[in-house]
Design a protein around this ligand. Sequence first.
Ligand SMILES: C[S@@+](CC[C@H](N)C(=O)[O-])C[C@H]1O[C@@H](n2cnc3c(N)ncnc32)[C@H](O)[C@@H]1O
Length: 281
Amino acid sequence: MVFPSQDKSRFAETEYARFRQFLEASCGILLGDNKNYLIDSRLRKLLLDRNLSSLLELLKVIEQPGGRTLRQEVIDAMTTNETLWFRDRHPFTYLQDTLLPELARRPGEISIWCAACSSGQEPYSISICVEAQRRRNMSLTNKQVRILATDISSRVLAQAREGIYEPLALKRGMTDDKLRQYFTAQSDGRWQIKPEIKRRVDFRPINLKENFLSIGKFDVVFCRNVLIYFSSDLQRQILSNIHRVMKPGGYLFLGGSETPKGLNELFEIQYYSPGVVYLKK
Ligand SMILES: C[S@@+](CC[C@H](N)C(=O)[O-])C[C@H]1O[C@@H](n2cnc3c(N)ncnc32)[C@H](O)[C@@H]1O
């Protein structure tokens, strides 16, 4: 049952275990033994709104033919969408100043995949780097640059597509100078990303746990701060699939704390101070 009287924030162990299985099977996210409170805080409202009294009841509804929307809402609620503009800074500086000029000398378009894009800060930061480099570098001016941005959560994808941000969200990594150059102020105090930044980003739902091999081929992949939620087997599987959708000589950026198993077999590590990027072998 939800909210047992002795502890209002806990579910029974059996239903917690069933829910953990569902979450891992549907999106790869692993919940530890003591994350009972997390499910409670994230699903309490959804359960109350639908008059569902336990996680088992919720799972039963989700598994019915008409349960797709609710299933997506549960996934939306259970994903951690923490993000910011130019997160860690150095990957974006390296992309802008070193990789984009190098990629501009290769034939064909430049394609970049942002594999867990959350509410858009990461792909739009990439697009701002492209725009800034384009204004300085003639060889990039005539190059087609395409950014595919994907996530499992339809809620954050809708926010990303809208491209309108509260001042609080912009304080997290956006400089005043870039804000003035790449955003338009709205009458309600929010800021909208400019069309020249938005137009090269295509947002789509993709579950990294599923087969995504047909999405195209990429020169650069950002897959940052998402593998940490998965088992080491799933990390290895996703890394291998990412390797397969990369062009020869492609570059992979991971989150600062991420070193999934299988990395050294598939990628050569390249150090740039103070970060690292992985070159497809
Ligand atoms: C912590 S955010 C990281 C966002 C961004 N990459 C960054 O570093 O700022 C993790 C994102 O991964 C997404 N995610 C979680 N599981 C996923 C899956 N199986 N497939 C695709 N995206 C997933 C979440 O919805 C969330 O938006």
